[in-house]
Design a binder for this molecule. Structure first.
Ligand code: 3HC
Length: 301
């Protein structure tokens, strides 16, 4: 068993090509970060070309936005754009030495995704999952080489939030952990190594806050009252704003995971699932600024 403490940096493997599975908003955000900070080819993949194209256009728009803000020059913007590609064919992962997924938060789906990816990548490639709260060890249950799987959990918005949780499973070997820590440093993030427990560290605590806020609403306190009560507390967002930011479906999933693991400590919220189906809690203007609570959302609860 590896001794506690930081893994030996000398064991870190070079990352010369990145594969990203899933081209949704979270995956597209960190794909951009990988290309910007590591300056290596990044290939994104998803179930169909339409999803891949959506992810690619998000990344290209963000590169243009960085250029327009003067953060990068035109040459750099062109270089970064040229390093990003998309495909539905995982054969393109053959020479990737770091593959990270952010697909739908369902254990079986993630297990199958990794079992499939292992057919294409080399035996030494590191596999990483951005899961919010599922067990990383269980995600790797179908892998031939579970020692190369690590949790690598980003926070939304990826460009701004400074943290990555590096989730160390009982199977993760030191070279994998070291590669994750060195990669996080290259991405200029603050990395912490966490145990493989539900919600790791941050989501465990956020689930308390968001779960209590939803429970207050579920048991009859109006949205506005909870929202206004929490506004002056110095949080960058109220719990409902945060729920919308992370995605109502993801938020509901995180709460469910915590309720299943610790039923006496975390609430489940059927209303949050209904809100997730509805799609939003707030009405916003064309620029995305909050105008007020969505009337239908308020009636759902
Ligand atoms: N993508 C990229 N950049 C973004 C962004 C986004 N979605 N949202 C904001 N930014 C950037 C802005 O461009 C701006 O950058 P600049 O200074 O270079 O122009 C900078 O962030 C600050 O933005 P604003 O001035 O517009 O806004 P605020 O000062 O109000 O900050 C915020 C916005 C950073 C999102 C802040 O409200 C915040 O920290 N909110 C809490 C976010 C949080 O807790 N995230 C964790 C969620 S949990 C999670 O993701 C885990 C998952 O598993 C559930």
């Amino acid at each position: 068993k590896r001794p506690a403490g930081a893994p030996d940096k000398a064991l870190a493997k070079p990352v010369t090509k990145v594969g990203v599975i899933g081209a949704g908003l979270m995956a597209s955000q960190f794909a951009l970060l990988f290309v910007r900070r590591l300056r290596v080819p990044v290939v994104i993949t998803d179930l169909d070309q339409a999803r891949v194209d959506k992810g690619l256009s998000y990344i290209r728009d963000e590169i243009t936005a960085l250029k327009d803000k003067g953060r990068i020059g035109s040459d750099e913007a062109n270089r970064l754009s040229a390093l990003v590609s998309g495909t539905t064919d995982k054969a393109d992962f053959a020479d990737a030495d770091w593959v990270i997924e952010a697909v739908f938060e369902e254990l079986g789906v993630k297990q199958d995704v990794f079992a499939d990816v292992e057919k294409y990548v080399s035996d030494t490639a590191v596999l990483a999952t951005n899961t919010s709260s599922l067990s990383v060890e269980q995600i790797g249950a179908k892998l031939a080489h579970p020692e190369r799987l690590v949790g690598f959990h980003f926070f939304n918005p990826v460009a701004v939030m400074p943290l990555i949780e590096v989730v160390n499973t009982p199977a993760t070997d030191e070279a994998t952990l070291s590669t994750a820590m060195v990669t996080a440093a290259k991405l200029r993030k603050n990395a912490v190594i966490t145990r493989d427990t539900p919600g790791f560290v941050v989501n465990r605590i956020l689930a308390k806050l968001l779960g209590e806020a939803m429970h207050a609403v579920d048991t009859g306190t109006p949205f506005e009252v909870v929202d206004n009560a929490l506004k002056p507390f110095g949080l960058p967002m109220t719990p409902f704003e945060l729920l919308e930011l992370v995605g109502l479906k993801v938020g509901a999933h995180v709460l469910d995971t915590h309720h299943s693991a610790f039923p006496d400590r975390f609430f489940e919220s059927p209303n949050l699932h209904k809100l997730a189906e509805h799609g939003k809690i707030f009405d916003r203007d064309a620029k995305g600024a909050i105008k007020g609570f969505d009337k239908t959302a308020v009636k759902i609860v």
